[in-house]
Ligand binder design. Structure first.
Ligand SMILES: O=c1ccn([C@@H]2O[C@H](COP(=O)(O)O)[C@@H](O)[C@H]2O)c(=O)[nH]1
Length: 224
């Protein structure tokens, strides 16, 4: 069975992204390319990364009116990504139209509450406190809109899976025990997140900022 780890290659430097992906390729199940990589390298960069032969997760987190998001998803079709992201808070019509615009083999998953946000952050943007409740609300909305799954933290994935047993659950904010958490606030170890019900784990800096990314990926994989 392939590894549940998608390594987040958050860099504008395509040569660095290729070098890390090449080093860790035997310990990860795919590569995640996000806003930083895509803003610098665009679709050509994604095509170049695809030549490594690993599944591509395009984490562009679209959030706009339904027509704009659907057209943006449509523009990604030739890249045939394994997974793409949109924001659940864009609403049901936006999620429905995004799913309809995606290639058949692409999983469309909705970000619920970013793992960098906690209760205080939600209150500060006018949402009633507890991230857990907001994740549950948006998980139900994404399920009812016909998406494939959601992005949430390891703290919520067990309850989200209860609401949606057939859903696909992407869990970032994954940190080896005792490691620096940086800007993440809702974190869990890789093993605990998998046990809690994650379908895939997104791991960025614990691998990419390590002195030896290959060893870091190998050590995380060994805990799973
Ligand atoms: O809620 C979310 C959604 C997406 N991400 C992305 O995952 C990686 C995490 O990187 P680390 O270096 O392991 O913190 C990054 O690309 C984010 O854009 C997330 O962290 N939380």
């Amino acid at each position: 069975m392939s590894s549940p780890i998608y390594v987040a290659l958050d860099t504008p430097d395509i040569e660095r992204a290729k070098a890390i992906a090449t080093r860790v390729r035997n310990h990860v199940g795919g590569i995640k390319l996000g806003l930083e990589f895509f803003s610098a390298n665009g679709r050509a960069g994604v095509r170049e990364m695809a030549t490594l032969g690993l599944p591509i997760f395009l984490d562009l987190k679209f959030h706009d009116i339904p027509n704009t998001v659907a057209k943006a998803v449509q523009a990604l079709r030739p890249l045939e990504p394994a997974i793409i992201t949109i924001h659940a808070s864009g609403g049901r019509a936006m999620m429905e139209d995004a799913k309809a615009a995606a290639p058949l083999g692409t999983k469309v998953v909705a970000v619920t509450v970013l793992t960098s946000l906690d209760e205080n952050d939600l209150t500060s943007i006018g949402l009633s406190g507890d991230p857990h409740e907001q994740v549950m609300r948006l998980t139900e909305l994404a399920r009812d809109a016909g998406l494939d799954g959601v992005v949430c933290s390891g703290n919520e994935v067990t309850a989200a899976r209860k609401l949606w047993p057939g859903g696909f659950f992407v869990v970032p904010g994954v940190r080896p025990a005792g490691g620096p958490i940086g800007d993440q606030k809702r974190v869990m170890t890789p093993r605990a997140a998998l046990d809690a019900g994650a379908s895939v784990l997104v791991v960025g800096r614990p691998i990419t900022q390590a002195d030896d990314p290959d060893m870091a990926a190998r050590e995380i994989e060994a805990t799973l």
